[in-house]
Design a protein around this ligand. Structure first.
Ligand code: UDP
Length: 349
């Protein structure tokens, strides 16, 4: 029997981490093979290469090297590049992750060629259409054949938009990825010692959303909120390239915040495990804070990960009160990647 071919599109940091979990499951299967295409959206050592190396993801078959420019220009170039690749390789499925321009371009190129699209991390909604990510997610979900939601809320969101076929609640592949990395990170990472940080004695922060970086007053307010919430503990801020540029451009004052270069995933998991508190506008980090059972303050006015709020592990920076904490069942048990493959197999059936 010939193998079912999955062509995976990745381009941005969180997608490398999600893909690591599913790619591993594909490699361990007898009946699937994968071709990975990197759009080039994130491209340097610390935003891309380090993840492929550390997480043992196979080298992409092709890197389209598309980055920078406006959303339309970037997405358009990706669409054309991915289309060529799909025509040439004729995969059985196209697999996309999350909500970036690479996600939308991959889904759209495949749908137009009648290649079924698998969307991992489907159904997430902020209900804020001014976020480029929200537009990408909504459109991708509407052209997907198989939709894997990490949460029950995601399934309900899809239902509300009339999408019920091909929808599966499988848990979160990021949980699979973190469970896989946690032990290795404790053994291998020296980041706490390198930065002179004590276990449970520092705050981990990240900021990269356009809504926070594009307006200098907002960026300063976010940075000030990090300092206020840290309660005097040292703060470590691995800085996303977009944020570094925005800080330089706007003259944002960091005060006592320690800005460092972005870190690899193994170091990031160690920082998460050791932090007293996480302050972030990242989607991934809000959940990873919960996976590490660290409280989180989200530096946004809304979140897609509402169960972290409902269960009291997370709060928006605009809401002062914390509810009691209870466990979140719906992110799964660390076998979401396997569930994705099982569902594709059943669909092929
Ligand atoms: N991450 C990392 N190094 C960093 C910052 C983030 O490895 O310096 C990881 C983080 O642990 C999470 C993912 O990158 O798994 C989140 O990516 P990002 O915040 O860029 O995107 P989002 O999740 O908001 O889409």
């Amino acid at each position: 029997m010939s193998k079912t071919t999955i062509l995976t599109i990745v381009g941005a940091r969180p997608q490398f981490i999600k893909a690591a979990a599913v790619s591993r499951a594909i490699r361990n299967s007898a009946d699937f093979s994968e071709v990975m295409i990197h759009t080039g959206q994130h491209f340097d050592e610390m935003m891309s290469d380090v993840f492929f190396r550390e997480l043992e993801i196979g080298r992409p078959a092709l890197n389209l090297a598309i980055h920078g420019g406006t959303h339309g220009a970037m997405t358009g170039q990706m669409l054309a590049g991915i289309e060529n690749c799909l025509i040439e390789r004729k995969p059985d499925w196209v697999l996309v992750y999350g909500d970036t321009n690479s996600t939308l371009a991959g889904a759209l190129a495949a749908a137009k060629l009648h290649i079924p699209v698998v969307h991992v991390e489907a159904g997430l909604r902020s209900f804020n259409r001014r976020m480029p990510e929200e537009v990408n997610r909504v459109l991708t979900d509407h052209v997907s054949a198989l939709l894997f939601s990490p949460t029950v809320a995601g399934v309900r969101n899809l239902e509300a938009e009339g999408i019920t076929r091909g929808v599966h609640h499988v848990g979160d592949v990021m949980y699979d990825a973190m469970l896989h990395a946690q032990k290795r990170s404790r053994e291998m990472s020296t980041i706490l010692a390198d930065l002179g940080l004590e276990e449970d004695g520092f705050v981990l922060a990240t900021v990269h959303r356009a809504e926070n970086t594009d307006n200098p007053a907002r960026l300063q307010a976010v940075i000030d909120a990090i300092a206020t919430n840290a309660g005097g503990l040292p703060i470590v801020l691995p800085v996303h390239p977009r944020t570094r540029q925005a800080i330089a451009r706007s003259g944002t004052k960091l005060g006592a915040i320690r800005a460092i270069d972005p870190v690899g995933y193994i170091d990031m998991v160690r920082l998460l495990d050791g932090a007293k508190l996480v302050l972030t506008d990242s989607g991934g980090l809000q959940k990873e804070a919960y996976f590490a059972r660290r409280p989180c303050v989200t530096l946004r006015d809304e979140t897609e990960w509402i169960e972290t709020i409902e269960h009291g592990w997370n709060r928006l920076w605009t809401t002062p009160d914390w509810k009691p904490r209870s466990d979140i069942a719906e992110y799964g048990i660390g076998r979401a990647a396997q569930a994705v493959l099982d569902a594709i197999r059943a669909h092929r059936g």
